[in-house]
Design a protein around this ligand. Structure first.
Ligand SMILES: *[C@@H]1O[C@H](CO)[C@@H](O)[C@H](O)[C@H]1NC(C)=O
Ligand SMILES: *[C@@H]1O[C@H](CO)[C@@H](O)[C@H](O)[C@H]1NC(C)=O
Ligand SMILES: *[C@@H]1O[C@H](CO)[C@@H](O)[C@H](O)[C@H]1NC(C)=O
Ligand SMILES: *[C@@H]1O[C@H](CO)[C@@H](O)[C@H](O)[C@H]1NC(C)=O
Ligand SMILES: *[C@@H]1O[C@H](CO)[C@@H](O)[C@H](O)[C@H]1NC(C)=O
Ligand SMILES: *[C@@H]1O[C@H](CO)[C@@H](O)[C@H](O)[C@H]1NC(C)=O
Ligand SMILES: *[C@@H]1O[C@H](CO)[C@@H](O)[C@H](O)[C@H]1NC(C)=O
Ligand SMILES: *[C@@H]1O[C@H](CO)[C@@H](O)[C@H](O)[C@H]1NC(C)=O
Ligand SMILES: *[C@@H]1O[C@H](CO)[C@@H](O)[C@H](O)[C@H]1NC(C)=O
Length: 528
């Protein structure tokens, strides 16, 4: 502090601490030391020889000055020193070590004059680069083969290197970024692994000197296998017949995903029926069979993590039997013409039927130009037909056991063509027309009967005959409602939509109606 004030007062020079081109007197008679200046490279490679310089701008004459190089925070450890007699610039050649990194400073002292206090230079930062070496990938989470969902933790270890950045490669490609993948420092953490995280991992460590020289170290590869847990299996079975009287159920257990090998087991309600370990996701079991209902069975699958189960299915084998029925329904297009047909074939019994369709006794394949067969075993089989010239002919279906074609049951034959299937609405029309005709006939008969009845009881102006007249008149559409509005009930009946009902009130009932009316009349008389 005193030194700088003194310099200012004298006005001898105006040099800043940083300025190296300072033109002021370097020697004086003052008994104090100026602040030394330290300079040198800011970055250095380890084990290389690097030179730092320290320069004192102001110093007393005829004093030997000692210049020393230290780390800022460690003055116990002298890095280098230099004695300057005539104010020459101190040079500190150093073999760089990793621990040289940090803030360096230069301390100036008058060697034989305790009256002169020491001064300290500005700090100079040195970054030391040690090239990366010996990268090694270590799996810190455990085994390299494990089931999905677990956490994978990898570490990239080095034998040497600082200021390192790490990249992670999976099968040669940078590891994908996701919330489940976290790379920090030299560690890669994969949360909730899936089979997609399987592969060959490698870490690459790099560091850079002077922005120009890049050092790189590849680790060797580590193969990680994330196994997917086997999924719940499906169970199905088919029936085989051998040597004309031995039957077998062939069970298939199949999982959609899961890393082989998988152990499949077949259980009935009480015990293990069969088991096998396969290098696949499916297995088959042959179980001897007697026909009938044989209980429930289930598949179990396990590939090392947990046991998964299929549903229970009944092992039931009933041969086909009973009548085989063929029927159809239709789709109509414009103008109510039939354009498509669905033919159904159904056997009364049988758990494993095999359906076959024939047109003019020719077996139909699963699909053709005008048809498509839809098997829905065991219930039925359907043929979808477009109606046209090529589909015309005689159809029938045959059913046999899928495991035994020795017995075949045939349906009745049905001739179908455009005319036949379109006749259907005509038939309906005929029926309706027939009904009308019948109705008209019935009414006519009623009329005739009425006339006869009236003749017989003529003069006897009974209520009954009057009513008869009305009813008949109503049927014949000649009734003048206004004339008879005193008896609205009857008119309503005749006018309303209950034409059929009215006409169905048969002749037998009429005397009863008459009787009722009479009774009512009697009651009225009694009251009077
Ligand atoms: C410096 O010391 C030398 C001998 O060591 C002497 O001859 C010289 O006069 C001294 N100069 C000053 C300025 O004291
Ligand atoms: C300073 O003192 C040392 C011993 O401490 C001596 O060897 C040296 O010659 C002295 N230098 C001067 C210039 O007096
Ligand atoms: C694991 O994943 C969840 C997101 O599902 C995330 O919040 C959590 O921080 C992750 N844990 C680690 C250790 O990466
Ligand atoms: C640092 O890089 C510069 C160019 O960017 C180059 O001129 C210089 O020589 C390099 N220094 C060392 C020590 O390699
Ligand atoms: C490091 O890995 C890269 C590919 O990532 C390869 O091109 C290079 O040769 C490897 N270097 C060493 C030293 O293994
Ligand atoms: C299970 O199978 C065994 C032999 O495979 C048989 O003896 C047992 O009766 C079966 N149990 C049931 C409930 O079907
Ligand atoms: C089948 O089951 C038996 C009895 O549980 C067991 O000893 C055997 O190891 C199993 N075999 C396979 C291939 O899993
Ligand atoms: C699994 O299924 C495939 C195709 O469906 C078949 O080729 C293979 O033989 C089956 N494996 C077993 C063990 O049944
Ligand atoms: C089937 O036979 C009938 C005659 O019975 C014939 O009209 C029809 O064209 C034949 N259909 C086919 C596809 O052969």
């Amino acid at each position: 502090m005193f030194a700088s004030v003194f310099v200012l007062i004298l006005g001898l020079c105006h040099c800043s601490q940083e300025s190296r081109l300072c033109h002021c007197s370097q020697e004086s008679n003052q008994s104090h030391l100026g602040q030394p200046q330290l300079f040198g490279p800011s970055e250095a490679l380890v084990k290389r020889v690097v030179e730092f310089n320290c320069k004192l701008l102001t110093y007393p004459k005829n004093e030997s000055i000692l210049l020393q190089l230290y780390k800022e925070d460690n003055h116990d450890n002298l890095l280098s020193e230099y004695t300057s007699l005539a104010g020459e610039v101190a040079t500190f050649p150093m073999i760089i070590k990793v621990n040289h990194e940090g803030n360096l400073e230069c301390v100036a002292k008058a060697q034989n004059n305790s009256k002169i206090g020491p001064t300290v230079s500005n700090t100079h930062h040195l970054k030391v680069i040690e090239p990366v070496k010996g990268a090694q990938l270590v799996v810190t989470s455990g085994p390299v083969e494990f089931f999905e969902g677990r956490t994978l933790e990898l570490q990239c270890k080095l034998t040497a290197g600082n200021h390192v950045s790490y990249t992670w490669l999976l099968n040669g490609q940078p590891v994908s970024q996701s919330p489940h993948h976290r790379a920090t420092d030299n560690q890669l953490l994969i949360n909730r692994t899936t089979a997609a995280d399987s592969g060959s991992y490698r870490c690459v460590a790099t560091n850079t000197f002077n922005n120009t020289q890049v050092f790189r170290s590849n680790s060797s590869e580590v193969v990680i296998t994330v196994k997917d847990v086997v999924s719940n299996p499906d169970i199905s079975f088919s029936v085989l017949k051998e040597d004309s009287h031995y039957y077998f159920a062939v069970f298939t257990c199949r999982s959609i995903k899961g890393m082989p090998p998988v152990t499949f087991s077949l259980y009935n309600r009480t015990e293990l029926v069969a088991n096998t370990t396969v290098d696949a996701r499916n297995a088959t079991f042959r179980v001897p069979l007697v026909l009938g209902h044989l209980g429930m069975l289930q598949c179990q699958a396990n590939n090392g993590d947990q046991v998964v189960y299929s549903e229970w299915i009944p092992l039931e084998v009933v041969p086909v039997g009973g009548p085989v029925v063929l029927h159809y329904d239709s789709d109509t297009g414009e103008n109510y013409a039939v354009i498509g047909l669905r033919l159904y074939c159904k056997a009364a019994r049988g758990t494993h039927p095999r359906y076959q369709w024939f047109l003019n006794k020719t077996l139909l394949n699963d699909s053709g130009s005008f048809y498509y067969v839809q098997h829905q075993p065991p219930e039925q089989s359907i043929v979808l037909l477009s109606v046209g010239r090529s589909s015309a002919g005689t159809y029938h279906c045959e059913v046999s056991d899928s495991f035994d074609s020795s017995t075949t049951i045939s349906s009745k034959r049905k001739y179908l063509d455009k005319e036949v299937v379109n006749r259907l609405p005509v038939l309906v029309v005929v029926v309706i027309f027939g009904c009308f005709t019948f109705l008209v006939l019935l009414v006519s008969v009623c009329c005739w009967a009425g006339v006869v009845f009236r003749r017989r009881q003529y003069g006897e102006k009974s209520l009954l005959s009057l009513e008869m007249q009305r009813v008949i008149a109503a049927y014949e559409g000649e009734l003048d409602v206004s004339q008879y509005d005193d008896d609205a009930d009857v008119v309503n009946t005749a006018r309303g939509g209950e034409f059929d009902q009215a006409s169905e009130a048969s002749v037998d009932e009429w005397p009863q109606i008459g009787r009722k009316k009479k009774t009512l009349e009697d009651e009225a008389v009694e009251e009077h």
